[in-house]
Structure formats: structure tokens, C-alpha cells
Design a protein around this ligand. Sequence first.
Ligand SMILES: C[C@@H](Oc1cc(-c2cccc(S(C)(=O)=O)c2)cnc1N)c1cc(F)ccc1N1NC=CN1
Length: 326
Amino acid sequence: MNPVMHFNPNYDAVVTKCCEQILVELPRRNLKLSRLIGHGAFGEVYMGVLANVTHLTEELTVAVKTLPALCTEQTELDFLMEAVILSKFHHPNIVHLIGVCFDSIPRYIVLEILEGGDLKTFLRESRPTPTRCPDLTIRDLLCLCLDIARACHHLEEKHFIHRDIAARNCLLTSKGPSRKAKIADFGMARDIYRSDYYKKTGRALLPVKWMPPEAFLDGIFTAKTDIWSYGILLWEIFSLGHMPYPGCSNEEVMQSVTVGGRLTPPDGCPATVYEIMNYCWSGLAEERPTFTTLVSSVEKCLEDDDVVSRGLPAFYQPAVPGTQGL
Ligand SMILES: C[C@@H](Oc1cc(-c2cccc(S(C)(=O)=O)c2)cnc1N)c1cc(F)ccc1N1NC=CN1
């Protein structure tokens, strides 16, 4: 059946109307796109310059998500829904939505630019090499963990399930020591919210390696889903951007995790940090911590000199840390 037939034009008209009241429409003439940053789920993402933002700032460098002119109504609504979701959150560790240009084609979502780029790329670029010591210290890594824990705590307080907490969906304000990490992509939550299950339920498209057993076995998503994913994100950060369960297929990971298999600690990972990871990976969802607990646990690690004073391995072995029970 043609999926478009499912549309209830009244519903979509209402959604569009109410969204217009929530979103800040920016004058398109004030926005100039410059270089291509990359390709998002919808279309291209550009760096741009927004003029006449306020009487205080003449020009503002921004990131612009574009929606291809040729797209379905479903994709249009997905794009709109993503902007609505982003507009709901105001937190120092969640990307800020500046506004939209929805008045004509091509449609734009205008976001604050995070010039440090995505967290996964940053971690991989920070790995020591035979000729270069590690750029990052344990303290640096823990600060990144704390930033995202605070963002997730904000979502938890608003009873919002993100469903895709992962390094690829986090960005950095800069690559330097003053860097801040922010959650900057809500695509998974948007798709489920719009019940576009067909987009995500194909297991190949689900982030299985970041999901707890009840999610990939029974499709059960709760606040405790994000807790498990956050534990995987901790492992991504302390492994400096390795793929979790390296070399394993989604099927192999599901089989192993279901019977208690877990990731082993990355090289140089402090025992107290690995304890937090395992707490997040409790098989029973109700035994996992809250983000309130996680924020204070990571803060405690930052205050513990025995933890933060440790160095990272001088030279990372190419062989990625193994995994238990796989
Ligand atoms: C939508 C896009 O948003 C942004 C990307 C970059 C950004 C991302 C990568 C590199 C650079 S940079 C250092 O070249 O300016 C800037 C900077 N700020 C953004 N607000 C994004 C958000 C994410 F959560 C994850 C990845 C991306 N994208 N989309 C396309 C590429 N990355």
C-alpha cells in the first residue's frame, strides 16, 4: 500500500500549524551557507553564517541541516519533528536549536555550530601513535563522560528517552582543553516518536551494540535503555573511539549479551570507571542506576586523585581490548 495513503491530512496540518508556533522562523536572506560539513540522515549539513542575529552579535557561525527538495511528505514531517524535539531542550550539554527556515524549499534547521566535530572522530584522532604521546588524560575523558551524563540527566528529568546515546551523536565545542561535549542528534527518538518503525526496526538499522537485552529482544524502551547505552558510551570514550564488541556481528553480540557477555575494560581504564560501566549493564533494567546517580559517580571519579592521575597507555595496541564470553 502506498504509505502516503496513511496520512491524515488534518492531523498533519495540525502538527504543522502547532509547530509553526513553537519554532523560530529565521529570515532566509540572513543565512549564507559556506562549506559542506558532511551528510546527515536527511541531507547535507553545511557550515553557515547567520546575519543580524541580535543587536549584540552581528554575525553568527552556524551549522545548517538541509532537507533535499525532492523528498516525501514523511521525510518533511520527520525533519519538522526533529526541529520540534530540539526546541524542547535548553541545556549547556545539548545542542541549541537557533531556528528554522521552513517557509520555502530547501528547508533548513539552523543549529549552534560545535567546531570540535563529533566525539567519535575526536577520540580516534587523539589516540597515541608510536611517535606521539596520548593527547588526552583520564581527567579529560572523565570530563567528557560528565558532560554527557548531565545532558542525559536533563532528558531523564523530562522523561524523554533518547534511544541512541553514542559517541557518534555527540559533538564537541572545540578540540582543545576547554572542550565541552553535547548531545547533538535526536534522530532515533524522532523516528520512533513518529512511529516510523519501518525505518528502524530492521535490525540492521538498530544500534544493537548500544542496546540492552530487553530492547533488542522485546522492543522495550524505558529510561533504563539510555542508561545501558551510556555505559557503552563510557567504553567508547575510554577505548578512544573503538567500535564496541570489535569484529562481532549484531547477532553474535545479542547472543552473548543475552547470556551475560559484557565488554572488557579498555586498556588503562580505571577500575572505578569500569565498575560504573558494569552497573549500567545490569541485565535487569531496574537494577541499573539513574543519571542522577551516574552524574555523582563520575564527579566522584574526577575528585579521586588515584583515578585521574593515572596516565593513558603510552601506545595503544592495534589489537582492540577483547570481550568477555565472546
Ligand atoms: C547535524 C550535525 O550538526 C553539527 C555538526 C558539526 C560538525 C561535525 C563534524 C565536523 C565539523 S567541523 C570540525 O568540520 O566543523 C562540524 C558541528 N556542529 C553541528 N551542530 C551533526 C550532529 C551530530 F550530533 C553528529 C554529526 C553531525 N554531522 N552532520 C554532518 C556531519 N556531522
